[in-house]
Ligand binder design. Structure first.
Ligand code: ATP
Length: 217
């Protein structure tokens, strides 16, 4: 079980904090708005009303004791940045921050935080991907235009050997795993025959994966 501090309990911060609690972690939620804190005080491990631009108020909450501190103040860029500077001055290393604008992102990257999150852009990208490529259920970007993707086998592809399926993208896309009902089949062999409703996890470059995706429609 890890311990997290979530600063700023708007929709993003609240969802994040509640999800972490659901996953079994300890979460302290911090916000300057009393009404927000009152609404969440029964759901989070610990809550505190504080203006995080106030160095002393922030120090009293001992953010150094947490595995990560997430600053989820979006609209008020000044408050977000001042809070990050205070956290940095306290020696906190694992700081994740929500950014709303490019200027916000730029300053945060100069401050050297662990991760900058753009929830709207990230969700927008995922939604566009889901609309354009509905056969791809999940994906993970590896960088350099390489991805791991999860696709469901349609009835039309049932009975196809993996090698035959990947023939058009040979040496560019690799089968990592097949999930068949409850069973996980790692590193399936080339002659492995896929069945309808199998979930196939593949890795490869974007162009080849997109070419292959058309076969899963
Ligand atoms: P979302 O889209 O997630 O709802 P938002 O960007 O619209 O977020 P913000 O206005 O950035 O929301 O505020 C998120 C929360 O941060 C609010 O509940 C607000 O009270 C809190 N907050 C803003 N400034 C401070 C501050 N200086 N100290 C503590 N909490 C703050």
């Amino acid at each position: 079980m890890a311990q997290y501090a979530v600063i700023g309990l708007g929709r993003f911060g609240t969802t994040l904090a509640l999800q972490l609690v659901k996953m079994g972690h300890d979460v302290v939620g911090i916000d300057s708005d009393r009404r927000v804190i009152e609404m969440l005080s029964d759901s989070l491990t610990y809550t505190a009303i504080a203006d995080v631009t106030d160095d002393h108020a922030l120090r009293e909450l001992n953010p150094i004791d947490y595995d990560a501190v997430i600053v989820a103040i979006g609209e008020n860029m000044q408050a977000s940045l001042i809070c990050v500077v205070h956290l940095k001055n306290m020696g906190i290393e694992n700081i994740w921050v929500k950014a709303t604008t490019q200027a916000h992102h730029l300053i945060l990257s100069r401050l050297g935080v662990s991760r900058i999150i753009h929830p709207e852009e990230e969700m927008g990208t995922r939604t566009a991907q889901a609309l354009a490529y509905p056969m791809i259920r999940e994906y993970m970007a590896l960088g350099n235009r390489q991805y791991v993707v999860e696709v469901k086998v349609t009835a039309g592809l049932a009975g196809t050997a993996l090698a035959e399926l990947l023939e058009c993208v040979k040496d560019d896309v690799f089968g990592i795993l097949v999930k068949r009902r409850e069973q996980l089949i790692p590193c399936p062999a080339a002659q492995f025959v896929i069945e309808a409703n199998d979930t196939v996890v593949l890795a490869g470059n974007r162009t080849s994966l997109m070419k292959l995706a058309a076969r899963f429609v």
